[in-house]
Design a protein around this ligand. Structure first.
Ligand code: DC
Length: 227
């Protein structure tokens, strides 16, 4: 079973997808973390997001893997645990530029499909139901108001010991939304057959319940057909 969850930054995808995977006992695939890992490596090496040749080489030579199950899962880049570094402010501000080139997207989409080939997964990102797994069993497009998403981001940053104003975060989120949804390659958009879930005002628990119930109904329907 493939559950595809797409949506803009701060819509609640990650926390929801992580918990849904844990409840159903299936793999959680955070594709944003993969784009963040490539961004981190490029920033460390001083590679520009415009340098297509260097980006292609770097992406093909980078080994990204995941270990553990949520909430203990870790992401590794070339054998280094980068789970914390990929959430830094610098990576967050630059990732929209590094995830846009097709050389980066094609290589990472290939890896994502490979993971989904032999596993049941909850996969979250921006192009999961449109590009990576267009035949996903369940497609959810999560949205929330910019104000609400800024409040959630502020909490995340506070957990990292960084204070940012709501106004500053609203601006950053709007800029990232604009870049992610207007880029040429695989822009963020609602896929055909995807169900929109507006999480503004919803609790995390109710978001999780909503998707787990949908997935459980699908699993039961599949097993009834198989009998
Ligand atoms: O979900 P996130 O904030 O960790 O994602 C980081 C960036 O990666 C985001 O700006 C958009 C990009 N992204 C993407 O282009 N495609 C995906 N499937 C996942 C993330």
């Amino acid at each position: 079973m493939i559950i595809a969850i797409d949506g803009p930054a701060g819509s609640g995808k990650s926390s929801t997808a992580r918990a849904v995977a844990a409840r159903l006992g299936i793999t959680y695939l955070d594709t944003g973390a993969m784009y963040r890992a490539i961004t981190l490596k490029c920033l460390r090496l001083g590679i520009s997001s415009q340098d297509t040749e260097a980006l292609a080489k770097l992406t093909s030579q980078t080994v990204i893997s995941f270990t553990g199950v949520p909430p203990e899962s870790r992401i590794w880049m070339d054998g280094e645990d980068v789970s914390t570094q990929i959430r830094s402010d610098e990576v967050t501000r630059n990732v929209s530029d590094y995830c846009a080139p097709s050389v980066v997207r094609e290589a990472l989409v290939k890896q994502q499909r490979e993971i989904g080939k032999n596993n049941s997964v909850v996969c979250e990102g921006r192009d999961i139901a449109t590009v990576v797994f267009p035949d996903a069993d369940l497609k959810i497009y999560m949205v929330a108001s910019v104000e609400e998403r800024a409040r959630r981001r502020q909490k995340d940053f506070e957990n990292l010991g960084v204070h940012k104003s709501i106004e500053e975060l609203k601006e950053e989120i709007s800029l990232r939304d604009h870049k992610d949804s207007t880029r040429k390659n695989s822009p963020l958009q609602k896929a055909a057959g995807a169900e929109e879930l507006d999480t503004t005002g919803m609790t995390l628990e109710s978001q999780i319940e909503y998707i787990v119930n949908k997935a459980t109904a699908l699993i039961q329907a599949k097993s009834a057909v198989a009998k």
